[in-house]
Design a protein around this ligand. Structure first.
Ligand code: PLP
Length: 457
C-alpha cells in the first residue's frame, strides 16, 4: 500500500487541491464536496490511491499508458537523456539525437507514405499544427482558396481554439464562441444519427455520403481537408461500419481533398494495428499522434506528414512559420524511443490483435446478458457498454434512460468505489486499458464491471 507523500494526509492534500488547483473538464463546486481522489502509484495495470486502495485502470490513464505503469526502463532512458542534454531547441539549424532517432523510427512503424514528422507536446497542438499545415499546403499548391476543413459532430480533437473547433463537442463550442472560421461539421457514423432499417454496410456508405454532400454544399474548390478519428474515442468508442472509411477515402480522392487521421487515441496499438487507419482501410495524408507514443510518461505529440504534403513544404515552402519551444524535446523523444521498443519487443500490438482484443470482445459480448446492458461493442482494446432502461432487438430499439448520464455517473461511481476505472459518456461506459493487460487481468476487470453493474441496477 502506498501512502500520501511527505506525510501529508489525504484530507490535507484534498484541501490544498481544492484551494489552489483548477482541474481540466471539472465542476469545481461538485469536486469540493467530494474531494479529489489522490492517486499516488502505478504498476502494470494497477493504480493505488493515498488510502491504499488498489484500482484496476480500465482507461490507461487517459487512453495513453499503453505500455502500462512502472516501466523503469522509460524512467532510466529519460534520466540518462536529462543528465546528458535535458533540452535544446530545434529552431535555428540545430537538431538533437533522440529527436532524429525517433523521427526515423516513426517512419519505420507508420504506413509507407509517412517519412517525415513534425513534433508537438500534445494532441491538441498536433491538430493545431494540422490546421496550419493544411492551409499552407494549399497556398503552396496554388489553391489558397481551399481553406475549409470538414470534421464530425461528437469528435474530440483537443482543447486549444483550433482543436476544440475541429472537435464536434457542442458543450465546448458553447463556452468559447467556436468553431473558428473555416471549420464545418457533418454527422458521425453512429446509430443516433441514422441507419434504422439498414444493414451496417449500407449505413457506413450513407454516413460517408454526408461528407460528399457537405463538400458540394461548401463548394469543392474551397475544401482543404477532412479529419476524423478512425474510432471516435472520447465521443464514446464509436466504431464505424467497415464500409465507412474506404468510402471516405474514395470521396476525398474524387475531390482531391487531404485526408487526416487523428490517431491520438488509435495510434500505437490501441486497435491491434500500429495505426487505426491500417485497420480501417484508408490511406491518410496526415496523422496526428500523442498519448501512446510515450505511453504518457512524458508529454509528446506530433504530426506524421505524408509525401504529398511533406515534399511540397520542403521543396516549395521556404520557412513554415509555425513551431513550439518543445518541438522535438530530447527528453520526451528519449521516452518515446524506449516506449516503442517495449511495444515492439513485447509484441503488445500483435497481442491486442490476436489475444487480448478478441478476449475483451468475448467478455463484453457476454455482458450483454446483464439486464442493464443494451448492447456492447469493442475494437482492439477499446470498448463501450450501453446502459439502457429496456433492451430491444437492435440498437435502435433499446429504450434509453430518461435522464441521460445519471445512470452512467452512478455506475462510474460504483466502479470508482470498487476498484475499477471506466469512463461514462452519457450512459455508455467505456474502457481502453493498458495494452499490457493480460487475459487474466481482463477477466478480473470484467468481473468487477459485472459486480458494479449489479450495484447500479
Ligand atoms: N485528439 C484525440 C482523438 C484525443 O482523444 C485527444 C485527447 O483525448 C486529443 C486529440 C487532444 O490531445 P491532448 O489532450 O494531448 O491535447
Amino acid at each position: 500500500a502506498a501512502a500520501a507523500p511527505e506525510g501529508l494526509s489525504t484530507c490535507a492534500l484534498q484541501q490544498l487541491d481544492s484551494a489552489h488547483y483548477l482541474h481540466p473538464f471539472t465542476d469545481h463546486a461538485a469536486l469540493r464536496e467530494r474531494g479529489a481522489r489522490v492517486i499516488v502509484r502505478g504498476d502494470g495495470v494497477y493504480l493505488w490511491d493515498s488510502e491504499g486502495n488498489k484500482i484496476i485502470d480500465g482507461m490507461a490513464g487517459l487512453w495513453c499508458v499503453n505500455a502500462g505503469y512502472g516501466r523503469t526502463s522509460i524512467a532510466d532512458a529519460v534520466h540518462a537523456q536529462m543528465s546528458t542534454l535535458p533540452f535544446y531547441n530545434s529552431f535555428f539549424n540545430t537538431t538533437n539525437v533522440p529527436a532524429v532517432q525517433l523521427a526515423a523510427l516513426l517512419a519505420a512503424v507508420s504506413p509507407p507514405q509517412f517519412q517525415h514528422v513534425f513534433y508537438t507536446s500534445s494532441g491538441s497542438e498536433a491538430n493545431d499544427t494540422i490546421v496550419r499545415m493544411v492551409r499552407r499546403y494549399w497556398q503552396l499548391a496554388g489553391r489558397p482558396e481551399r481553406e475549409v476543413i470538414i470534421s464530425r459532430r461528437n469528435a474530440y480533437h483537443g482543447s486549444t481554439m483550433a482543436g476544440a473547433s475541429l472537435g464536434g463537442m457542442a458543450g465546448m463550442h458553447a463556452q468559447g464562441s467556436l468553431p473558428i472560421p473555416g471549420i464545418v461539421h457533418i454527422g458521425q457514423p453512429h446509430y443516433a444519427e441514422g441507419g434504422r432499417g439498414m444493414s451496417e454496410a449500407e449505413f457506413g456508405l450513407e454516413a460517408a455520403g454526408w461528407l460528399e454532400a457537405k463538400i458540394l454544399e461548401v463548394g469543392p474548390d474551397k475544401v482543404a481537408a477532412f479529419i476524423g478519428e478512425p474510432v471516435q474515442g472520447a465521443g464514446g468508442v464509436i466504431i464505424p461500419p467497415s464500409t465507412y472509411w474506404p468510402e471516405i477515402q474514395r470521396i476525398c480522392d474524387k475531390y482531391d481533398i487531404l485526408l487526416v487521421s487523428d490517431e491520438v487515441i488509435c495510434g500505437f496499438g490501441r486497435l491491434g494495428t500500429w495505426f487505426g487507419c491500417e485497420l480501417m482501410g484508408f490511406r491518410p495524408d496526415l496523422i496526428a499522434f500523442a498519448k501512446g507514443v510515450t505511453s504518457g510518461y512524458v508529454p509528446l505529440g506530433g504530426v506524421l506528414v505524408g509525401g504529398r504534403v511533406a515534399h511540397t513544404l520542403i521543396d516549395k515552402g521556404g520557412d513554415f512559420n509555425h513551431g513550439f519551444t518543445y518541438s522535438g524535446h530530447p527528453s520526451a523523444c528519449a521516452a518515446a524511443l524506449e516506449n516503442i521498443r517495449i511495444l515492439q519487443t513485447e509484441l503488445l500490438v500483435e497481442r491486442v490483435a490476436l489475444e487480448t482484443g478478441p478476449h475483451l470482445k468475448a467478455c463484453f459480448a457476454a455482458l450483454v446478458a446483464h439486464p442493464l446492458v443494451g448492447h456492447a461493442e469493442t475494437c482492439g482494446l477499446a470498448g463501450g457498454l450501453n446502459l439502457v432502461r429496456r433492451k430491444g432487438a437492435s440498437v435502435h430499439d433499446c429504450e434509453a434512460f430518461a435522464s441521460t448520464h445519471a445512470v452512467g455517473m452512478l455506475c462510474r461511481k460504483h466502479m470508482f468505489d470498487n476498484g475499477v476505472i471506466m469512463r461514462a459518456v452519457g450512459d455508455r461506459m467505456i474502457v481502453a486499458p493498458p495494452l499490457s493487460m493480460t487475459v487474466a487481468q481482463i477477466d478480473e476487470m470484467v468481473e468487477r464491471i459485472g459486480y458494479c453493474l449489479d450495484l447500479t441496477l
